[in-house]
Design a protein around this ligand. Structure first.
Ligand SMILES: C[S@@+](CC[C@H](N)C(=O)[O-])C[C@H]1O[C@@H](n2cnc3c(N)ncnc32)[C@H](O)[C@@H]1O
Length: 219
């Protein structure tokens, strides 16, 4: 961690940081009700900074375990005068298990999660049935889960796992990737993957309405 990142955490955590504790929703984070999106594994935070500037009427929560990235994001928020992002340093699995209420989110973003390319490490991959079920539960009907990766076998695994989650439906058609990234900003790991000659796969799923039909008004 650089000195600037360490200083950013010391000085800015009280303003943007989310402490351990109870239920997380827009009111607990921002003191008012507004559409809320969560980015899981924001890395250096660049995508969140771009989204927060582009959509000032929305709230964003970034979750990551990586301290230098937390420091960098905090410094970026202060430098740009953005107040619609909150930052949680911790394990996203526990946060979704314990703190995010059902049907409360407009979007969940998981962009370029650690690929764990070696076969024997693949069980460490984040996109697994149990966590996809937690994301589906946390989304409101019509809310979106947006996944992206530059590893083809992970992309195919994401299709399989999300296709088996009954609360999610793919607007592109069953078993199909999204046509492109939509309004997803280009991320640091995406740029790195492209430099290495990797392809990029985006997958967008919509949380069905409670009657089992796809809800309209996806975020
Ligand atoms: C490969 S990086 C991608 C970062 C960013 N999304 C990008 O595209 O540049 C994956 C990130 O996920 C974070 N991460 C991994 N497991 C996590 C977990 N269980 N909870 C929160 N963050 C996690 C890592 O710390 C890392 O910053």
């Amino acid at each position: 961690m650089t000195d600037a990142q360490r200083r950013a955490i010391e000085e800015l955590w009280p303003r943007f940081g989310v402490e351990e504790g109870s239920r997380i929703d827009a009111v607990s984070l921002f003191g008012r009700s507004l559409p809320l999106a969560v980015e899981v594994g924001f890395g250096n935070g660049d995508a969140l900074l771009q989204l927060a500037a582009a959509y000032p009427e929305r709230g964003f929560l970034g979750i990551d375990v990586y301290p230098p990235g937390v420091g960098r994001l905090l410094a970026g928020l202060a430098a740009r005068g953005l107040d619609n992002v909150r930052v949680l340093r911790g394990d996203a699995v526990a946060v979704f298990e314990e703190r995010i209420p059902e049907s409360s989110l407009d979007a969940v973003y998981v962009w370029f999660p650690d690929p764990w390319p070696k076969k024997r490490h693949q069980k460490r991959r984040l996109v697994q049935p149990a966590l996809v079920a937690l994301w589906a539960r946390a989304l409101r009907p019509g809310g979106t889960l947006h996944l992206a990766t530059d590893w083809e076998d992970y992309a195919l695994g994401m299709l399989e796992v999300t296709g088996a989650e009954p609360r999610l439906v793919s607007p592109a058609g069953p078993g199909r990737f999204a046509e492109g990234p939509g309004d997803r900003p280009v991320t640091r790991f995406e740029r790195r993957g492209r430099r290495l000659g990797h392809g990029v796969w985006d997958l967008v799923l919509v949380r069905r309405g409670d009657q089992g039909s796809p809800a309209s008004g996806a975020a």
